[in-house]
Design a protein around this ligand. Sequence first.
Ligand SMILES: [Fe+2]
Length: 193
Amino acid sequence: MVVENMGLDHVAIKVRDIEESVAFYRNVLNMEVSDRIGDRVAFLRTPNVAAESQHHEMNITQMSDAELEALEERGERDLDLHDFAEDLPEDGPPMLPTTGPIYHIAFEVPDFEALEAAKDGLQEQDHPVYRGTGRHGPGNNFYLYFPDPDGYPIELTANMEDAPEEGGRPARRWPTEPETWNVWHDSEELKEE
Ligand SMILES: [Fe+2]
């Protein structure tokens, strides 16, 4: 062991428009601003994290003008998140569209019903939903995926199985097939629990 790691603490992302992102994480994901640095950085927390006296779990940093110009030159500054939803492949591993190397950021919700409620709420706002609800093989968790304003996929997850240290099953290598990503793939099986 090199590091006495106590767990993932926070994630920092660069965004096209910090105010739009703060509004999204506030209004959709029920987060609040803990602090700001000028008009370039906002630190965000969920209610659970606030209750544990932790300052933040996300850092949202405004892209610089040079970074925005680089996006502009590549035709990637203005996004239509609905376009991405239409690009989802029909077969093969159900990968998510994303606008950068961050593949997704996951937040825990209480149960499957919370995922379904989130899906309804997003659809009422005409916000695209990428995948779900579904259930992953590894972790056995329920999921829902949708993009944040920069196209970084957000995952909502519930009922993750226990780790081996807590009585869960030992690590295994899963096959690269759609059922690994979603155990309900092509199945009529309905969710229980
Ligand atoms: Fe995930």
